[in-house]
Design a protein around this ligand. Structure first.
Ligand code: KIV
Length: 275
């Protein structure tokens, strides 16, 4: 198990559960040690999302994530944080087959990272897995609505909650996740009115992404939030910085100074007068 960057009480999954209907829960994804250090003072929850496969590793979908990849990034985020509740995503293929498989994978994630909870995608169809992991003593965050691990099967990123049948299915999913014992649930990519209805319908906090301002909390992918995303920026993202631009300007300046021999200058080399 990884030890924290500094001692101190972490926010627990139960603390998050008690925030239902209160001050909105601030969540972001994090995949690395430096980003975890920078975000930890500001957030309640850090999600080591399987979006890491796309964002940092360049895969086309989150199906590129493996258990080993999630554990390595989970360890880095635990080392870099001391306060936030850290949740690690269970990658596709690590939990769907059976409750036994789900418990074994969740145990491995928690034992090898020391994280507070795991997250998995699915509602009614994954209730047995959620219940088994919770019964094993590991807190679970659910994830319903648009499920990134299913986009290939579904033929793309499709917003949910557009038909009465689908709304009824989402309500059943939210109820199943709550009844199975999840401490909170991510609602992704649904019609706004549906996400706020789901939030009123269940007693555990809902964490929205492309969902509703009425959810109990919000999450964004960190690279989207800081303007690092190089491909299409989704509609639901608000960029709070433009690091793409900053990095590009810095790289161009560096390249120009190396080519002109302006860098390294006298301040960046060791001469007789330096120790
Ligand atoms: O993997 C991820 O980043 C996620 C969030 C989008 C909720 O699941």
């Amino acid at each position: 198990m990884v030890s924290d960057a500094s001692a101190g009480d972490r926010i627990s999954a139960d603390d998050i559960r008690r925030r239902k209907g209160g001050v909105p829960i601030v969540c972001l994804t994090a995949y690395t040690y430096p980003i975890a250090r920078m975000l930890d003072p500001h957030v309640d929850l850090l999600l080591v999302g399987d979006s890491v496969a796309m964002v940092l590793h360049g895969h086309a979908t989150t199906l590129g994530a493996s258990l080993e990849m999630m554990i390595a990034h989970g360890q880095a985020v635990m080392r870099g944080s001391a306060k936030a509740c850290v949740v690690v995503d269970m990658p596709a293929g690590s939990y769907e087959t059976s409750a036994g498989q789900a418990v074994a994978s969740a145990r491995r994630i928690v034992e090898e990272t020391g994280c507070q909870a795991v997250k998995l995608e699915g509602g009614v169809d994954m209730a047995a897995q959620i219940a088994a992991i919770v019964a094993d003593g590991i807190p679970v965050m659910g994830h319903i609505g648009l499920l990134p691990q299913s986009v290939e099967k579904e033929g793309g990123y499709k917003i949910k909650g557009r038909t009465e049948d689908n709304i009824a299915a989402l309500l059943r999913d939210a109820e199943a996740v709550e009844k199975a014992g999840a401490f909170s649930v991510v609602i992704e990519g649904t019609m706004e009115a549906v996400a706020s209805r789901l939030t009123r319908h269940i007693a555990i906090p809902t964490i929205g992404i492309g969902a509703s301002g009425e959810c109990d909390g919000q999450i964004l992918v960190i690279d989207d939030m800081i303007g690092m995303t190089v491909d299409r920026v989704p509609k639901f993202v608000k960029e709070y910085a433009n690091l793409r631009g900053t990095i590009s300007v810095a790289a161009a300046r560096y390249a120009s100074e190396v080519r002109s021999r302006a860098f390294p200058g006298p301040d960046h080399v060791f001469g007789e007068d330096t120790e």
